[in-house]
Design a protein. Structure first.
Length: 263
């Protein structure tokens, strides 16, 4: 087999499937929502959650769907409309930088997820989430300290580590989240081209860090975070070593409901 053939075979073996999703549906969930987030580690812009719903009638996912991080921007843009047509329904939700600053990143992720779920045309019976932490279920203390509620009822959450690599509908959700957030950052770039958001999408790229040191933060930055080159008052400081990555909220008490699926 040629090198190209071996690469193609490896790519095909890495394709996620709907095996996990279909098992959950067979276990009595008529409409399963599958979710993934993007933008959690960005210095600016929203945090975004994509949700795709599958049912017993869902056909095979469009060919080429992978975790969004494994795809080029043109590949994601090609797949996004195919995914929107394929899904039983879909939605994307965002939480803005001011909300991240006000409530913390975990509560903001939950807010974005709830907005996405609220936008679905079909109420899901459960939600499959990438990772090992359930940031979607509302903790009791959040009713006092968190954002205003969006959902009356949050579907039961099941988490799977690397679900975006293993579960095709979660991978599809990651593509919708990524393409929508990238489009937002590209539009914001037009107003603030010095930060290079059209290319770096708000992450810690050299041109972004240099602009922060030179110009300070914009209203689209997460100013509660320790932004490199920005003092506590929000102003630019002299060039120096890049600070540590922003600190995310600590995981909330309680173990997530984790679905352990072999293979």
């Amino acid at each position: 087999m040629t090198a190209a053939g071996r690469a193609r075979a490896a790519w095909n073996r890495a394709a996620p499937t709907l095996r996990v999703e279909r098992q959950i549906i067979r276990d009595g969930v008529p409409a399963l929502a599958c979710a993934d987030e993007v933008g959690r580690g960005s210095l600016s812009g929203p945090v975004t959650v994509g949700v795709v719903v599958v049912t017993a009638e869902s056909r095979a996912v469009p060919q080429g769907v992978r975790d969004s991080k494994l795809l080029s921007a043109p590949e994601r843009e090609r797949l996004a409309p195919l995914i929107r047509r394929w899904a039983a329904c879909w939605s994307v939700g965002h939480a803005e930088p001011a909300e991240i600053d006000a409530y913390g990143i975990i509560a903001a992720l939950r807010l974005a997820a709830h907005r996405a779920i609220a936008g679905l045309e079909v109420a899901p019976g459960a939600l499959l989430l990438d990772g090992n932490h359930d940031y979607v279920t509302t903790p009791a203390q959040d009713t006092l300290l968190g954002p205003p509620p969006v959902l009356d009822v949050v579907p039961p959450v099941r988490t799977i580590v690397k679900a975006d690599l293993r579960c095709a509908a979660v991978a599809a959700a990651s593509i919708l989240a990524k393409t929508e957030r990238d489009a937002i950052m590209t539009r914001l770039h037009d107003d603030h081209p010095e930060y290079g958001w059209a290319e770096n999408k708000g992450y810690s790229a050299p041109e972004h860090l240099a602009a922060l040191r030179r110009l300070g933060p914009t209203p689209h930055h997460r100013t509660s975070w320790r932004l490199p080159g920005v003092d506590a008052a929000g102003g630019a400081v002299a060039a120096g070593p890049v600070g540590p990555a922003p600190l995310a909220d600590a995981a909330l008490p309680g173990e997530p409901l984790t679905l352990d699926v072999a293979g």
